[in-house]
Design a protein around this ligand. Structure first.
Ligand SMILES: *[C@@H]1O[C@H](CO)[C@@H](O)[C@H](O)[C@H]1NC(C)=O
Length: 158
């Protein structure tokens, strides 16, 4: 009986490994929900555990340019949040994605913003002083999980 339980769970694990192994396809930026995300400082959070709701981030978009120290607003489509949200407490995190890599380099601490209600559909904050890149993303956490298209942040020359 024990042996049976052991071998069947081993089988399940093997099947899981096999079924997730080939998801690293040529389809960035689309990501299967089971995919793990590498985080710059060693942590790893599966997208599926980011939450149950994936509101579409409507700003920033592909052409967006932010400047360090500028006040900006990130928006997402909060038209119809599910009624069973258990954690409306949002957190917005900056990251970046380089071509050919799944690593989102999420800067979890400090986040861009935290403690807002994801059902509001927006959050305002000041852009941090970060290096110039044109492959930044923002990722929304809470009972939700989604990321924006890549956009640009330029440092403030002053
Ligand atoms: C927002 O989401 C609702 C419900 O899912 C959808 O009907 C609507 O078209 C979306 N609006 C935008 C601007 O994406």
């Amino acid at each position: 009986m024990m042996l049976f339980a052991f071998t069947s769970s081993a089988l399940v694990i093997t099947l899981l490994v096999l079924s997730t192994r080939d998801t690293k396809a040529s389809c960035l930026p689309c990501q299967p929900p089971s995919k793990r995300v590498n985080i710059a400082r060693g942590a790893s959070i599966p997208i599926s555990r980011r939450g149950v709701w994936s509101p579409k981030i409507t700003s920033p978009t592909l052409g967006t340019v932010w400047t360090g120290n500028e006040n900006v607003r990130v928006t997402w489509n909060a038209t119809s949040p599910p009624s069973d949200i258990t954690n409306p407490n949002g957190k917005l995190v900056l990251g970046y994605v380089e071509d050919g890599s799944d690593n989102e380099h999420l800067q979890l601490d400090p986040p861009l913003a935290a403690g807002f209600d994801i059902r509001n559909g927006f959050v305002d904050f000041k852009v941090p002083q970060v290096e110039d890149r044109n492959d930044y993303i923002v990722v929304l956490f809470g009972d939700s999980g989604n990321r924006s298209p890549a956009f640009t942040i330029k440092s403030n020359p002053s």
